[in-house]
Design a protein around this ligand. Structure first.
Ligand code: ADP
Ligand code: MG
Length: 274
């Protein structure tokens, strides 16, 4: 049985196949993710949507190499990735979290944060090249270079999230896993960060797995959406198809729970500049 509605040939980027995660043992064993398969092609933004507790973050942890025990396989461009990754493999897939503080040291300026990552992975050599690279990354996330001297506490939530994205980009990843990356932001700021993800896809050819509990936020951004319920992928459809004629009963429930999606979509469907 496959929830897949259409399976066009996509270039090989991320492929997570039959992922299973069980927490606890014996009587207390709990299946958090059950045979979930997800793929994201280079330059493609794919949504993973489900209610809180449905297993989204657990899937993302497996993909990023942060979850040690699981079944199934994760590969990128045909290369198998396990939790034991080389530095180069580690850089391939980077996460952006809901709370930018999770990835940012509050004592560091933006320049220190970016420089540390770049130096650690020896991605450029020489002070000037390092400074230039930091500026280039600020341009990618549309932050003024003046922000390089600032610390996270002096910024708004949206600006901090841009810095968290910058930090991920400093590693030159090919895939971003954005786990509820806009969920803590106001709707207008959400739209800005969503637009930024779209720019990054276009400019860098990045693949993005965009995880959210909110179907409304995936609508304009994602080409395809996986819907996960109790650890099981219950639907996988092109986004427009999913909104037009959801396949799974559960997807219908999710759609019904998002009353604002219709108006937000209609407001933005034509001529959205982002
Ligand atoms: P989501 O991100 O969709 O909210 P999670 O992947 O965080 O869901 O969690 C899925 C389920 O697995 C939840 O029921 C959660 O309580 C459980 N879970 C997550 N991490 C652990 C863990 N380390 N130990 C035990 N249970 C966990
Ligand atoms: Mg989560």
């Amino acid at each position: 049985m496959s929830p897949e509605r259409e399976a066009p040939q996509r270039p090989v980027g991320l492929r997570a196949e039959d992922i299973g995660v069980v927490f606890g043992r014996g009587d207390r064993a709990f299946t958090a993710v059950d045979e979930a398969s997800i793929d994201v092609a280079p330059g493609e933004i794919v949504g993973l949507v489900g209610e809180s507790g449905s297993g989204k973050s657990t899937v993302s942890r497996v993909i990023c190499g942060l979850q040690r025990d699981y079944t199934g396989t994760v590969s990128f461009a045909g290369q198998k990735l396990t939790p034991k990754r080389t530095a180069a493999q580690w850089r391939l897939v980077q996460m952006v979290f809901q709370d930018p503080f999770a990835s940012l040291d509050p004592r560091y300026t933006v320049e220190q944060t970016l420089s540390e990552v770049i130096r650690h992975h020896r991605l450029v050599s020489g002070k000037e090249a390092l400074r230039a690279r930091c500026r280039e990354i600020m341009d990618m996330v549309r932050l003024p270079h003046g922000f390089l001297g600032r610390t996270p506490v002096t910024m708004s939530g949206g600006q901090r999230q841009r810095v968290a994205i910058a930090r991920a980009l400093a590693l030159e990843p090919q895939l971003l896993v954005a786990d509820e990356a806009v969920s803590a932001l106001d709707v207008s700021v959400q739209a800005e960060i969503i637009a930024l993800f779209a720019h990054l896809r276009d400019e860098l050819g990045l693949g993005i797995l965009f995880i959210s509990h909110d179907l409304a936020v995936v609508k304009d951004l994602c080409a395809r959406v996986y819907v996960i319920h109790n650890g099981i992928i219950v639907e996988h459809s092109a986004t427009a198809e999913l909104f037009r004629s959801p396949q799974a009963e559960y997807t219908r429930t999710l759609l019904a729970a998002v009353p604002r999606f219709t108006s937000r979509f209609l407001d933005r469907v034509e001529g959205d500049p982002q």
